[in-house]
Each structure stands twice: as C-alpha cells, then as structure tokens.
Design a protein around this ligand. Structure first.
Ligand code: ADP
Length: 546
C-alpha cells in the first residue's frame, strides 16, 4: 500500500517508527490495511483518491495505480454523484459517517452495495487533511435479505396453497353434489362391465341401492331380452372409443330391479385409465316424453282423420251445390233464350206498330234478358269448373288466330263506345291451350277493357315469349284500378265499389272465371294498374312451336 497524505509531510500512521515484533508500526499497519476484507481508501478533502488497498481493488475492480489520483466520484452509481459531494462536505465539517449504505459502480458497470464508514484525518495541529474511508461490500448480504424477504412472501404463498387446497376440496364436493343431484342417472363402468360409480338418480331410476349397484355387472340394467347382445355392444363401444351423444333416435330400454322396463336415452363417453377404458354412461328416463309424444301423435292422427272427413264432406257439399247450380242454370237458360228470341222478333217485326214507350219497354226486356243470360252463363261456367265438370281440350294453337277472332268479336261493342282496338307485339307464336276457353279469356278481358275505357281511348292485345311461356297482355287506357283492389278483383262476385255512371254492369264473375281457366291451363294471371292510368292484365300459357 502506498500512502500519500496531501498537505502533510508526515508519514501515515502518525506513530511510525514504533516497532511491533519484527515490523515497525507503519509496516504493521500497512499489513493490516492490505489484508483487510474491507476496502480502505484515503481521500483528499477535494475528493481525490490518495490510497487504495487490495480489498478496494477486489470490491471496485480498479488497480491501485489506476484509482489513485482519480476523483472518488468515479465510484458513484450513475445519477447519484451528488451524494459523494454531500458526504465530503460532512467530512470537511469534521463529522464522521458510520455504516452509510450506498450503491456504487464496479469497474465492469455492475452495481454493488457498500456500507461506508468515513472519518476525517486530522494532522498534529488538529487540521483536517484528508478522509479515511472504509467500504464494506454488502451486496451479497443485501441479496440474501431480498431472498429472505421473498421467502417471507413464499410463506404467504404456502398459506395460499392451503386456500387452494381448500378450494379444490370445495370444488370437488360441489362437483360430487352436481353428479349426485343430476336429473339423469350417471354410471361409470370398467372394461369388464362392472359398475364403479353410481349417482343417487341411478338408485331411484333403477330402484337398486348403491351397494347393490357398485361392483355388479351393468348388464343387469338391460332388459332380459336384450341382455345377451349387450356385452358385445359394450366391447364395440370401448374399442371404438368415441363419445356417443344422446338422442340418436334409438329406441333403447332399461330394466328396473323389479323387472319392469322403461324407455331411455343414453350418452356414453370413454374414460381412459391405466387398467383399460372405463365408460361413463348418462341415462335419461324418457318415459314421460315418449308418452307425451304418443299422445301428440294420437291427437294428430285423430285430428287428421276428422279433418279429412270434414274436407270430404265439404267437397261433397260443394259438388252438390255446383251440380245444383249447373242444372238450375241450364233450366233457366232455356226459357231465357225464348224470351230473348221473341223480344228480338218483336223488335224487328213490330217496329212500326209499337209506340215509342212500348219500344223502350221492349228494349229493356231484351237487354236485361241478355244480361241475365250472361250472368247465368257465367254462373254455369264457374259451377262447372268448381264441380270439376269442365273438360279442357288443349292443343297447339296459333295465338294470332285466336286473338284476331276475339278482337273481331269485341270490335262492335268497342266501336259503339268509340274505343279503338288494336293488336301488337309477338302474336305469331304457338300456345298450348283450349281454343274456346282462350277466346273466352281474351273476350272477357277485352270487354272489361272496353267497358272501363272512355270514348277516345283504346284497348289492345300483345304477347311475348318468356322462356317456356307466352305472356299475353290485354291493356287499356281506361279507368285503372286502385292497388288494394288488384288482387280482390279476381274473387267471385267482386266488383270495385266506385264506378262511373253507366259502367256498373256485369256479374263480377268474369275475372274469377278467367283465373280458373288460366290456371287450369298451367298459367297465371295478374294485373298491373293505376287509377286513371289504365290497366294491363297479363296471363301466361305454355309456349308451343307450331
Ligand atoms: P264484371 O262482370 O263486373 O266486369 P269482372 O270479374 O270481370 O266482373 O271484374 C271485376 C271488377 O274488376 C269489375 O267490376 C271492375 O270493377 C274491375 N275491372 C275489371 N277489369 C277492369 C279494367 N280493365 N279496368 C278497370 N277495372 C276493371
């Protein structure tokens, strides 16, 4: 150890020259300092290192020749340099500092914790000439303390372990309760079919006590008739090793202790153990559900039988009604034809001999008889359709031909109202239809169009092929129909409430007949219309190449 005490020409320690054994006091002191476990440093009052022992090298990493002459602040932990100055200031004031624990920086940059004891060095005149510093490395002790503190925490964690154990016991108890009180019977069976676990519901369901179940073969819970094959099923399930859910639609039966059987649903899941595959079975008694299902089925069946009987009766009555209507209409038509015929004859022959008033009466007889006849014709048609008595004779037709015939038939009426009639669109196509009935549909629609169109307006027929269908449209520039009426006008006897004066004639059956006829020929009918903007009645028929 080399000692230099700045500002002093006296050797250190001050009583050098005294001899202890073969060493003088200075050598002896130097030996003590050198062999100390603690770092012993001398520092000037300005904080420059003046002496440095071997322990200082060990603790801080610097060799003596490097450290001596350097400011002591090089040992400060970064950011804590100010602390060095504070300590120095205390020493300058002649104070001592004992066991001051502080972080220091090893040469390698590692943090070390040291306990510092500092005392001022005073010369013979009592003047402070330097600082003696003893630094003890307490890093390890600090770490041990931290470990200890952590161990104290660990003790707590052990406490925690008890809490965990307790929670596990509680959880297990809850789990057991859950199993015990499950609404389904729960059994666990080992690979030989012997029952290992049975819950309370299993006892009540099968009417065996738990002692009677545990250790016994599960096959005793299978009805006698099915028992023989059960062991095979069990083995097959264990080797497949797959969970089998409930409700597979199998009609399974189980047997109680008293030999009675009941319907069940069973879910099976394999549990692999060291001794083989155990199987957990959850068994649900579905007696009530099956009974309810049976009751619902019986009810449904009797309801269906009743419904069918009622439907048949309704159909019979409907047919009777239609037959009656058909025969009545037929009976009515004959005298009506006579009335109309004679009215026409009278009109022609007695033109000159009748007064103006008589001619008017005669005209009323004629027109109203005609109206009555068309009403009867419609009723007859509809009755026949509804009674299934209208046989259609469909054939491949030229649409153009039928349209022209229908347009020619309506023209006199349309002309009388100053409504023009035209044909347009793709009429040169073939359709699959009954010619009479197609004419009837077109005539009905065209006469409606003319009827609900004012003088100067027009009605027309056009067509377009759409896939396997021909769409035929009868349009007019007339009165139009409110949206809410557009479906109802196809109902029997339905006539839109508001009609302008002179327009309300007809039966309310024309469109109902058209709908029936179109549908009987494999088509659909609908209308597009807006009040005051005219109407377009569309219907489809199967397309046929001519
Ligand atoms: P009706 O013999 O009264 O014409 P329909 O069944 O042929 O019976 O028609 C039912 C009702 O639908 C008619 O009364 C009329 O109110 C309405 N309707 C039918 N065609 C047209 C049309 N082209 N324009 C306006 N309204 C129509």
């Amino acid at each position: 150890m080399r000692d230099v005490i700045p500002g002093s020409d006296r050797p250190f320690p001050p009583d050098s020259g005294a001899t202890v054994g073969r060493l003088n006091a200075e050598q002896w002191l130097a030996a003590i300092v050198e062999s100390s476990d603690d770092a012993i440093l001398g520092e000037s009052l300005s904080g420059i290192i003046t002496s440095w022992n071997a322990a200082a090298t060990r603790i801080f990493g610097y060799e003596a020749d490097v450290a001596i002459g350097k400011p002591v602040s090089m040992l400060a932990w970064p950011g804590e340099e100010g602390q060095v100055e504070v300590l120095l200031e205390k020493l300058r004031q002649g104070e001592r500092v004992d066991h001051f624990e502080v972080a220091r920086r090893h040469k390698s940059g590692r943090k070390i914790i040291v306990s510092l004891s500092l005392s001022p060095i005073v010369d013979s005149e009592g003047k402070i000439v330097g600082i003696a510093k003893i630094a003890r490395d307490i890093t390890e002790r600090k770490i041990s303390e931290q470990v200890l503190a952590a161990n104290e925490l660990r003790v707590l964690t052990l406490t925690e372990q008890q809490a965990i154990d307790h929670a596990e016991v509680l959880a297990e108890r809850k789990f057991r309760e859950l199993i015990e009180n499950a609404p389904d019977a729960i059994l666990q069976v080992d690979s030989t079919g012997s029952i290992l676990i049975a819950n309370r519901t299993a006892e009540t369901m099968f009417r065996y006590s738990r002692e009677e179940l545990i250790g016994k073969g599960v096959d005793m819970l299978v009805p006698d008739a099915n028992r023989a094959g059960h062991a095979g099923h069990r083995r097959a399930f264990a080797s497949a090793g797959m969970t089998r859910p409930m409700g597979l639609g199998l009609d399974l039966l189980a047997q109680r202790k008293d030999g009675t059987s009941f319907p069940v649903e069973i879910s099976l899941s394999p549990v692999r153990t060291e001794t083989g595959v155990n199987v957990t079975a959850v068994i649900r008694d579905v007696t009530e559900r099956k009974q309810t299902e049976q009751r619902v089925r019986t009810l449904q069946e009797s309801y269906m039988t009743e419904l069918e009987a009622r439907q048949k009766e309704a159909e019979r009555l409907n047919r009777l009604k239609s037959e009656f209507m058909a025969s009545i209409s037929h009976e009515l038509r004959t005298p009506l034809h006579t009335i109309i015929g004679f009215a026409e004859l009278l009109e022609e022959e007695a033109e000159a001999s009748l007064s103006e008033k008589q001619r008017r009466f005669l005209h009323h007889i004629h027109t109203d008889s005609e109206h009555l006849l068309s009403l009867i014709n419609d009723v007859l048609d509809l009755s026949r359709i509804e009674a299934g008595g209208l046989n259609l004779r469909a054939e491949a037709l030229s649409l153009q031909e039928i349209v022209t015939q229908s347009v020619n038939a309506i023209r006199p009426y349309a002309n009388s109202k100053a409504v023009s009639v035209r044909e347009g669109g793709q009429l040169e196509v073939g359709v699959w239809a009954d010619p009479t009935r197609l004419r009837q549909i077109l005539y009905n629609l065209l006469s409606n169009g003319a009827k609900f169109t004012k003088a100067g307006g027009e009605v027309w027929v056009e067509a377009a092929v759409e896939g396997s269908l021909v769409k035929i449209t009868v349009g007019d520039t007339g009165l139009g129909i409110a949206p809410e009426e557009c479906i109802r006008i196809f109902d029997k006897f339905y006539q839109v409430g508001f009609t302008p004066v002179g327009v309300r004639e007809g039966t309310g059956l024309g469109l109902a007949i058209c709908k029936q006829l179109v549908e009987m020929q494999g088509g659909k009918i609908w209308v597009e219309s807006k009040p005051q903007e005219g109407s377009r009645f569309h219907f489809t028929l199967p397309y046929r190449e001519l």
